[in-house]
Design a protein around this ligand. Structure first.
Ligand code: N01
Length: 543
């Protein structure tokens, strides 16, 4: 930013991923001044940072795109059923250029602090460049999986080879040809990258603490008619997606209990959906997410597939998840993941009962003393999810209350949109909203539209402050927990409950009630004059 530019805006948006870009566009069109502050040197958010080999979206590309502009949908052509990271990044860059968004984005700048001033009802936003911006509305579009987490194992800095985290991959790419490589972790990022790394590396060792359930993508090239049909109906399809449970269309929901049909029939239904690929299997029966016995039928089906694919029985058994219900950790969608373990240059090492004790200068050592040597280590060890990006900023609300203190026992929000005590701050796809349990683009658009409509409503009525009422927040947090407890989800040690970060409070963070019900609730709240929020005029005017 040059010194002759004002640092005062109606709104500061933190992050230039899908959420930040759309929020900027909507605010600009509504006549609010806005500045986006972005740590990276380009747009893209998660798709800017996660450039590991094999990175793709596990939501089909025709649905993982903006739905707000039919012209945009007609102008962009997706090539594959599941888009690769480079293609998604090109799309986001295309969007930024098409709507001339870059001129309002401050790149290569990290927000370090944001403090609310009661007297002026404004936020001051500090950056690592020493700038201080002031704004009325602070919109956190910081992403849910944007703070990479490396394991808390001694010696990480002592390793003399190359080390990488999937969530912060070098832009120039990495060539593993002829190298002995370790991948630590077997979540979605590992499952996507392992088949590609295995084809390049001389030898690959995969260190697995918990096996994951993974289903085949059955990826294919899209033909002209598939793409054109969606482009022609994008607005209608997006509106429909907002009424579904996960913001995804085309998953046929079979409203039958898995326990009400014969074993043959059950197997046939699972097989049919396995052949479709992706999340199709999630709709096979209506009680897999809530009934442990029903769930076990899905879990055992996937295990049977693993045994079919993986030739070495011991490796196959080690790859079979057993200690959490199917689907309660993010289901992975892969391209030849299990097949990769049939390669002679790939070895699976289970570290469930024999964890990594130390990263050594040459490789790593397990607790039982077994040593390994590597040229490169890939940490596919996940993220400090949902709250990490917000809590690493020194956010202080009314009376200096820090977000860190407020969320000491886990995130508390009203509708995942606002936090009591933090007026005029909005969290796009924040904890307490469907967010990571849904098609993120659908949820992002729903939140951005809601926030923009809300700011227009306030402006029309000369209102300058909106804040979640503590009672509404309490009731919403209770509801989020109650709904989660109706399902099997809290039974898994997943990042949804913060289990992957030592010391993080164990709270089921996203709202599992479904996109449709949630969007309806948000609309009702708005229609009732922003029920559950406290609205007030400019402080000076109210005195
Ligand atoms: O991270 P993860 P991810 N020692 O947390 C292991 C989204 N995503 O980056 O399960 C040894 O799932 C850990 O083991 P455990 C998607 O929502 C989307 O893969 O904690 N191992 C686990 O195996 C996804 O869910 C796409 O026992 C350690 C792995 O590391 C989310 O991002 C693609 C360890 C981490 O798995 C996160 O996925 C990729 C330790 N100390 C990701 N610490 C799309 O397709 C951790 N692990 C859109």
């Amino acid at each position: 930013m040059t010194s002759n530019q004002s640092l005062e805006f109606d709104s500061i948006i933190v992050g230039a991923g899908f959420a930040g870009l759309y929020q900027l566009l909507r605010l600009r069109r509504a006549g609010f001044s806005a500045r986006v502050i972005e740590a990276g040197d380009n747009v893209g958010g998660t798709w800017y940072w996660n450039r590991y080999p094999g990175a793709r979206c596990d939501i089909e590309s025709l649905q993982y795109q903006y739905g707000f502009d039919p012209d945009l949908a007609r102008e962009w052509r997706w090539t594959e059923r599941y888009a690769t990271q480079p293609e998604i990044l090109r799309y986001i860059e295309f969007v930024a250029d098409r709507y001339d968004l870059r001129r309002d984005i401050q790149f290569s700048t990290r927000v370090t602090a944001a403090h609310y001033d009661d007297a002026s009802a404004r936020w001051t936003v500090h950056t690592d460049r020493g700038d201080a911006y002031t704004c009325r509305w602070l919109i956190m579009a910081t992403g849910c999986l944007s703070v990479p987490k490396t394991p808390e194992v001694p010696g990480i800095d002592a390793f003399e080879g190359e080390s990488y985290h999937t969530g912060a991959w070098p832009h120039e790419g990495v060539d593993f040809t002829g190298k002995r490589v370790a991948v630590i972790g077997t979540g979605s990022s590992a499952i996507q990258s392992i088949p590609i790394i295995a084809r390049q590396a001389e030898h690959l060792t995969v260190f697995q603490r918990t096996p994951n359930f993974s289903v085949p993508a059955h990826n294919y090239l899209l033909d002209e008619s598939q793409w054109q049909e969606v482009a022609a109906r994008i607005a209608e399809l997006r509106a429909e997606a907002r009424t579904t449970s996960a913001g995804i269309l085309g998953i046929e929901l079979n409203d039958v209990s898995a326990l009400a049909v014969s074993e043959e029939e059950r197997r046939r239904e699972f097989e049919r959906r396995w052949a479709i690929g992706g999340f199709a299997i999630g709709g096979a029966f209506n009680d897999v997410a809530i009934n442990l016995d029903a769930n076990e039928t899905a879990a055992e089906f996937v295990r049977s597939k693993i045994r079919e694919i993986v030739q070495d029985p011991e490796t196959a058994e080690a790859l079979c998840p057993r200690d959490y219900p199917f689907g309660t950790k993010r289901l992975c969608v892969d391209i030849a993941y299990y097949e990769t373990f049939n390669r002679p240059n790939v070895k699976l090492v289970s570290i469930r009962d024999n964890p990594i004790a130390e990263i050594t200068p040459k490789g790593l050592r397990l607790q039982d003393g077994t040593e390994f040597e590597f040229d490169a280590i890939v940490y596919a060890t996940g993220f400090d999810a949902m709250t990490g990006a917000l809590l690493r900023i020194d956010i202080r609300g009314r009376n200096g209350l820090t977000l860190r203190d407020k969320w000491e026992h886990g995130p508390r929000t009203y509708l995942g949109l606002q936090v009591a005590g933090f007026p005029n701050m909005f969290t796009i796809t924040g904890p307490g909203s469907p967010s990571v349990l849904s098609n993120m683009i659908v949820s992002i658009e729903q939140h951005v539209d809601w926030v923009t409509d809300c700011l227009e409503y306030l402006r029309e009525r000369d209102l300058a402050v909106i804040e979640a009422a503590p009672a509404a927040e309490d009731a919403w947090v209770d509801h989020v927990n109650q709904v989660a407890d109706l399902t099997l989800y809290p039974r898994a040690n997943s990042w949804y409950i913060g289990a992957n970060v030592p010391g993080k409070p164990r709270v089921f963070m996203p709202y599992i009630g479904g996109v449709g019900l949630y969007a309806q609730k948000c609309a009702e709240v708005a229609a009732n004059g922003y029920e559950g929020f406290l609205l007030s005029p400019e402080p000076a005017l109210s005195r």
